[in-house]
Each structure stands twice: as structure tokens, then as C-alpha cells.
Design a protein around this ligand. Structure first.
Ligand SMILES: Cc1cc2nc3c(=O)[nH]c(=O)nc-3n(C[C@H](O)[C@H](O)[C@H](O)COP(=O)(O)OP(=O)(O)OC[C@H]3O[C@@H](n4cnc5c(N)ncnc54)[C@H](O)[C@@H]3O)c2cc1C
Length: 310
């Protein structure tokens, strides 16, 4: 499939497309790790109808991957084949509704949801203050912190499937589990409706400040990182297993296990995606050796690796 030709021809082939399309688009700058190769084709839809149109008319064999703010992503050095969808301005609506509900577009940063809820005196959504992704990523990852997860506050969400079909999914349809959403993998989430409860504005703001201070003290939030690398295995904390395996500060090329929080990997400046993935796999092997536990990646690794494998 000639994607450059697709980009060049899209005006003729897809006259109604309104979003931005670019071939060979760099992705490293839009992920937290700042590594990885380009997207063969990057599409930034104008709105949900535009996204649905693109998915309907795009060739059926064109692989499609949606990304958010890249705070849970390791894009491999060979880049991502096919089309990468990144939601922008057309998905940045946020409205407070009656009954302590907030309707929010999938491109809205989680922290903006938390702030809007606080300003409206709506409690229960302050945990989003500490998660640096956008709402689409929170839905796919069942993002959570401080004892609350997306599954506890979501009423329903909207999504577009690979053929352009539009859906409304209830909380139950999402098949949420710890850092997992069981909804079909081809769904692109576009909007969510959250339920909070009446709260005191000053108290919610104080809770958010506490969350921010805790993050600053406990996590390398100013580094090039992907957050928690591995899920906590049942009955264990991943960071404790990693520490016990002697991996705190371990390095591969420009990648290091954070000294501050050893379930975080850091790009110290010159890392590529292969350094980070090799480091993660080395940590997994050492933890398996010392504790017998298999760590499962929480970070999503996307794209083509050194051997050309996806
Ligand atoms: C410093 C730091 C701290 C973090 N702390 C936490 C924490 O406390 N709790 C927590 O849960 N996570 C945490 N994370 C991880 C990350 O922020 C969350 O997983 C977040 O929800 C990812 O959102 P994103 O927009 O960055 O998604 P991305 O990283 O871009 O993508 C993550 C996954 O979601 C999918 N996705 C993204 N948008 C959509 C969409 N619109 N439709 C369908 N699928 C989509 C992608 O395909 C990918 O599989 C942290 C990360 C960092 C860097």
C-alpha cells in the first residue's frame, strides 16, 4: 500500500475528509519517552463524524492504531505501520451536566477533567489530577490512582469501530479490570460521561494539591518516562520485586531504571526504544529469577522492532 500516494490523493479519493493527514509523521515528540520511529500515516480527525468517515473509506487492510498523549506508550524504533489516529481539538469538549455528571471529549487531559470537577464542586474525580494522559487513554487503560479507577466513575462512553460504525458503551460493556479494558481492540473512544458526587470545592482542591505533592515526591514525573512499567502482580508490588532483584538504577544504553521509583523506566537522553524495551525485558528476567514472578508490561509497546517484527 502506497501511503504517500494515499496522502497525496486524499483530496480526490476522500473529498469529504476534513482532518489533517500526514505521511511519515514523527511520533517521538508526542510520546513521553521521546523515542520511536514515525507513523506511516498520521490522521488527526476534525471530529467524530470525520473519524467515522475516515475509518469507513480507508482500505480495509490498512492497520489503524489510536494514540492519546503517549504517557503509557513505547513506540518502537521502526515506527508504526498503517495509520495512527491522534484526537485533537474536535474532541476537547467538556460540559458539566445536572446530577454531578461531566461529559468530556477523549482528547481532554485527565487533569482538566479533575480541575473542571473541582471548580464545579464535584467530588470523586480528583484522582485524575495525577494521571498525565487524556480521557481516551484512561478508558483503554482503566486508568486509576489513589484507590479509584475509571471503572468506578464512568457511566458510558462513545466509540467508533474500524469500519466507521458508531457505538455507545455502558460501563459494563467496557469489561474493565485492573489497568485493562475488555472492549473490542478496534474501538476508538471519542467521548465519556462521568459520575461524581456533591463535594466541597476547597476540600477537593486541597485533595488535588496533596496528590500533586505526593507525585512530585514519589515519582520521576519530570523525566522522559512511561509511568509504571509493569502491572502489580496479585499480592505483590512490582517496584518491591524489582528492587529485591537488584534492578534499581540498572542501565541499558541511555535507558535506566529510575532510582526514585524503580517501576519507572527513564530515557536519560540518548536512549532509543530498543534500549528501553531491552532494559524492561532484563528487569522481567531478573525478577523471574529472584522471585519466580512473571511481570506483565503495563506500558503498551507499539510498532516495529529491530528485527522488523511488530
Ligand atoms: C509520570 C506518569 C505517571 C503515571 N501515573 C499513572 C497513574 O497513577 N495511574 C494510571 O492508571 N496510569 C498512570 N500513568 C500511565 C498513563 O498516564 C495512563 O495509562 C493514561 O491513561 C494513558 O493515557 P494517554 O492519553 O497518554 O494514552 P497513550 O499512552 O497514548 O495510549 C495508551 C493506550 O490507550 C490507547 N488509547 C489512547 N487513546 C485512545 C482512544 N481515544 N481510544 C482507544 N484507545 C486509546 C492506546 O492505543 C494505547 O493502547 C502514568 C504515566 C506517567 C508518565
Amino acid at each position: 500500500m502506497n501511503l504517500t500516494a494515499l496522502e497525496a490523493d486524499f483530496g480526490d479519493a476522500w473529498p469529504d475528509l476534513r482532518g489533517r493527514l500526514k505521511s511519515n509523521a514523527p511520533l517521538a515528540d508526542i510520546t513521553w519517552f521521546r523515542v520511536g520511529g514515525p507513523a506511516e500515516l498520521l490522521f488527526q480527525p476534525a471530529d467524530e463524524a470525520d473519524l467515522a468517515y475516515f475509518l469507513e473509506v480507508a482500505p480495509a487492510d490498512l492497520p489503524v492504531t489510536v494514540i492519546g498523549l503517549g504517557s503509557n506508550l513505547l513506540v518502537r524504533d521502526g515506527g508504526i505501520r498503517g495509520a495512527v489516529i491522534r484526537l485533537g481539538r474536535g474532541f476537547s469538549n467538556i460540559e458539566v451536566e445536572d446530577g454531578c455528571r461531566i461529559r468530556v471529549g477523549a482528547a481532554v487531559p485527565d487533569v482538566k477533567l479533575a480541575r473542571t470537577a473541582a471548580d464545579a464542586g464535584i467530588a470523586g474525580l480528583a484522582f485524575y489530577r495525577g494521571i498525565p494522559g487524556a480521557i481516551g487513554g484512561a478508558l483503554r487503560m482503566n486508568g486509576g490512582a489513589h484507590g479509584v479507577e475509571t471503572k468506578d466513575v464512568l457511566i458510558e462512553c462513545r466509540a467508533v469501530d474500524r469500519k466507521g460504525g458508531r457505538h455507545v458503551l455502558s460501563n459494563a460493556d467496557m469489561g474493565f479490570a485492573y489497568r485493562h479494558c475488555g472492549a473490542p481492540a478496534d474501538l476508538n473512544f471519542t467521548e465519556a460521561l462521568f459520575q461524581g458526587e456533591p463535594g466541597d470545592r476547597a476540600a477537593i482542591q486541597a485533595e488535588m494539591e496533596e496528590i500533586a505533592e505526593y507525585r512530585e515526591a514519589a515519582q520521576p514525573i519530570k523525566s522522559r518516562t512511561g509511568g509504571s512499567t509493569f502491572k502489580n502482580p496479585p499480592g505483590h508490588k512490582a517496584w518491591q520485586l524489582i528492587d529485591a532483584a537488584g534492578c534499581r538504577g540498572l542501565k541499558v544504553g541511555g535507558a535506566a531504571v529510575s532510582e526514585k521509583h524503580c517501576n519507572f523506566l527513564i530515557n536519560e537522553g540518548g536512549a532509543n526504544a530498543a534500549d528501553l524495551e531491552t532494559l524492561g525485558e532484563t528487569v522481567r528476567a531478573r525478577v523471574k529469577e529472584t522471585s519466580g514472578v512473571d511481570l506483565e508490561w503495563e506500558i503498551k509497546r507499539l510498532g516495529v522492532g529491530p528485527g522488523g517484527t511488530a
